[in-house]
Design a protein around this ligand. Structure first.
Ligand code: CP
Length: 308
């Protein structure tokens, strides 16, 4: 059953996740054609409402919508009446007049896309809300992993970094657990919450985490904007303890492990430059797969204006 909105991964059944991932594969195949466009959403309108910076998610949704032949409007938050104090509710009520079929929202406030979804008949897609959820990132991560491991159940993914503040860690570990993947966290004690899912191993030491034998090492972005609070002594120290240094990359290469990162990467912090040329880095695959997965999501959701 298609949903009206996509706000998180928790709300999706495993079968729905499998369906979306299966749907993304033929959309990816379109990228190899000379005409990379299908008429699936011709006449539909997509409103992009990004209150927070984004490169990958924003451009990927825009390309996905255009490849489905939808019309895309970018709401310019910086030059809108929001800068004069207009509330999100007022903005949405005004934007309702545009009768968009899809609204794609990124906001620093957790839960805000859900609030918008209740105010509108359009399908709302959460493109990242605070530390809560980033469902399309999770879907593209799962798709990328399934390209390497078609049956990923039992595979092991080690997520390294700022688990505490990361919507990516939350959504991606949720989808992986739903697919039967084993997940562990590694990071400074201050950034790896002790409470949370019982069935996720937690490590604070790199060597111990690697002894757990992961198949994939998933690096989270260090959120530089949080460095006014000292969660770890310095970026140099973070790189030494948790980063993929040249020496660690050699060990990862010997073991044939894959490396993933949602971007944007901080070179010299989460990883050394050489990771970008590592033959088992899936970072560029993640970006390309993001378009296919977002096409599948746009195609699957049913705005109330469509279902009546
Ligand atoms: N992965 C991700 O959400 O990247 P952006 O912040 O560039 O959208």
């Amino acid at each position: 059953m298609p949903h009206k909105d996509l706000l998180d991964i928790v709300s999706l059944e495993r079968e729905e996740i499998e369906h979306l991932l299966d749907q993304a594969a033929p959309f990816k195949e379109i990228f190899t054609r000379s005409v990379k466009k299908v008429p699936a959403l011709k006449g539909k309108s997509v409103l992009m409402l990004f209150y927070e910076a984004s490169t990958r998610t924003h451009s990927s949704f825009e390309v996905a919508a255009k490849r489905l032949s939808a019309d895309v409007t970018n709401f310019d938050v910086a030059h809108s009446s929001i800068t004069k104090g207009e509330s999100v509710r007022e903005t949405i009520e005004t934007l309702q007049a545009m009768r968009s079929d899809f609204i794609i929202v990124r906001h620093s406030r957790a839960g805000l896309p859900g609030n918008i979804a209740r105010l509108t008949r359009a399908s709302v897609i959460n493109a990242g809300d605070g530390a809560h959820a980033h469902p399309t990132q999770a879907l593209l991560d799962a798709f990328t992993i399934k390209e390497k491991f078609p049956d990923p159940a039992g595979k092991r993914v080690l997520i390294i970094g700022d688990i505490l503040h990361s919507r990516v860690a939350r959504s991606t570990s949720t989808i992986l657990k739903k697919l039967g993947v084993e997940v562990a966290y590694l990071g400074p004690g201050s950034l790896v919450p002790k409470v949370g899912p019982e069935n996720i191993r937690r490590f604070t030491d790199y060597a111990q985490a690697m002894a757990w034998s992961p198949d994939i090492v998933y690096l989270l972005r260090v959120q530089m904007e949080r460095q006014d609070v000292q969660y770890f002594p310095s970026l140099r120290e973070y790189h030494r303890l948790y980063g993929i240094t040249e020496a660690r990359l050699a060990g990862i290469r010997d073991r044939g492990l894959y490396i993933m990162h949602p971007g944007p990467v901080n070179r010299g912090v989460e990883l050394c430059d050489a990771v970008m040329d590592y033959e088992r880095s899936l970072i560029n695959d993640q970006v390309e797969n993001g378009i296919a997965v977002r096409m599948a999501v746009l195609y699957w959701l049913k705005p109330e204006s469509v279902t009546g």
